[in-house]
Design a binder for this molecule. Structure first.
Ligand code: ADP
Ligand code: ASP
Ligand code: MG
Length: 409
């Protein structure tokens, strides 16, 4: 008896008709080996970005329900095309949307959370010897409204389906052949990691390593789904994301990540008294804006500056909310800066090794890079710096922590 495999193919893997045919050949190969295959696909190429741009040309405050109506169309094109491509190879296949497989989510449009998956039609298709081709990134509310699962959400569809179907593995096929010590498109001598723990992967994903969506890693950890990140274009094995074992702790630093998707917002010369922070962050929370790093300066003359980072996409909304609030609480004003990036050093070994933060600051300083904000977790240290120094910072840190191909392992 073969395995039950969930394979997810990302946007660049299905960017045009030729690539979709290539994916069909890979899927058919797995099916011919006797495995039952469920395929999850993303929208073709940069389709989702294009749909977002279209909506932005209509309004700067799109209704999230309508946004999901638009965004979900991208994946629907790919599933039809891939099912046709498989059929053309003589392999029975059938495509399904999120709602057709019972991917039920809450009503948090554009970042919905999965409540349950019935997957009846997937089982029926597999039992009939067909490949089930599923639209990633989308679900449905109890009431039948279309939802989406946040950017990169097809990864979550893949992992959640693997958990629901009790699949043997979830294979994430992408344009790189695994998880690297840093983005291989930024650091030429980055090294492929054969294995990485769920916790490290979660931290790397949350801190900007796009290769897996952070929520999908959270899900994989919770349901213990083995995830194999590998190349669509090469047969080589990739990176296994799995439970931590003792050998992993010997490595202090696993990788360097960067995130250019954030903005820094400051409220200037705020009266330094109890209740102000709660009003500021309460107002942002009420708008569903998730704040990341927060820094409050030492107060002078009873006034202080509060700075924080948030997703760049939420910057305009945050400025609107805070400009009104600044007047109410007697602050001088609000300043926002998009030209920032967050660079981070990640590794589970940091739990038991000191000195990583100091080395990171030293390295940035030696390159003449000013640190605007700092935050730490048990297994990561992050700094916000000026955007234009991102590559320099990532490469310098990759070097200092000896993660490169020649010196590693
Ligand atoms: P897909 O369309 O297949 O979902 P993504 O663009 O979302 O692909 O993710 C793959 C990209 O993630 C790679 O092209 C690479 O530039 C980027 N990336 C960032 N950090 C890493 C890392 N540590 N290892 C591998 N890839 C990374
Ligand atoms: N198409 C969606 C996106 O671009 C989902 C995905 O590709 O994972 O975010
Ligand atoms: Mg992706």
């Amino acid at each position: 008896m073969g395995l039950l495999i969930v394979q997810k193919y990302g946007g660049s893997s299905v960017a045009d008709a030729e690539r979709i045919k290539n994916v069909a050949r890979r899927v058919a190969e797995s099916a011919r080996l006797g495995h039952r295959v469920v395929v999850v696909v993303s929208a073709m190429g940069k389709t989702t970005d294009g749909l977002l741009a279209l909506a932005a040309a209509i309004t700067s405050t799109p209704d999230p329900r309508e946004m999901d109506m638009i965004l979900s169309t991208g994946e629907q094109v790919t599933i039809g095309l891939l099912a046709m491509a498989l059929q053309s190879l003589g392999h029975p296949a059938c495509s399904f949307t999120g709602s057709q497989i019972g991917m039920v989510t809450d009503a948090g449009h554009t970042r919905a959370r999965i409540k349950r998956i019935t997957a009846e039609r997937i089982h029926a298709a597999l039992d009939a010897g067909r490949v089930a081709v599923i639209a990633g990134f989308q679900g449905t509310t109890e009431g039948g409204d279309i939802t989406t699962l946040g950017r990169g959400g097809s990864d979550l569809t893949g992992v959640a389906l693997a958990a629901a179907l009790k699949a043997d593995v979830c294979e994430i096929f992408t344009d790189v052949d695994g998880v690297y010590t840093a983005d291989p498109n930024v650091v030429p001598d980055a090294r492929k990691l054969p294995r990485v723990s769920y916790d490290e992967m979660l931290e790397m994903a949350a801190l900007g390593a796009r290769v897996l969506q952070a929520r999908s890693v959270e899900f994989a950890k919770k349901y213990n789904v083995p995830v194999h990140v590998r190349s669509t274009f090469k047969p080589d094995p990739g990176t296994l994301v799995t439970r931590e074992d003792h050998s992993m702790e010997d490595v202090v630093v696993t990788g360097i990540t960067h995130d250019r998707g954030q903005a820094k917002v400051s409220i200037l010369r705020v009266p330094d008294r109890p209740g102000i922070a709660s009003r500021v962050f309460g107002a942002l929370g009420a708008q569903n804006i998730v704040v990341d790093m927060i820094v409050q300066n030492i107060s002078r003359d009873g006034l202080t500056d509060i700075s924080f980072t948030l997703p760049r996409a939420d910057r305009t909304r945050a400025e609107t909310v805070l400009t009104g609030l600044a007047r109410e609480i007697g602050a001088e004003g609000v300043a926002a800066d998009d030209r920032v990036a967050k660079v981070s050093v990640v590794g589970v070994g940091m739990r038991s090794h000191a000195g990583v933060a100091a080395r990171m600051f030293e390295t940035l300083s030696a390159e003449g890079i000013n640190i605007q904000m700092i935050s730490t977790s048990e297994i990561a240290v992050s700094c916000v710096i000026e955007d234009k120094y991102t590559e320099l910072a990532v490469r310098a840190l990759h070097d200092v922590f000896a993660l490169g191909a020649e010196r590693g392992v």
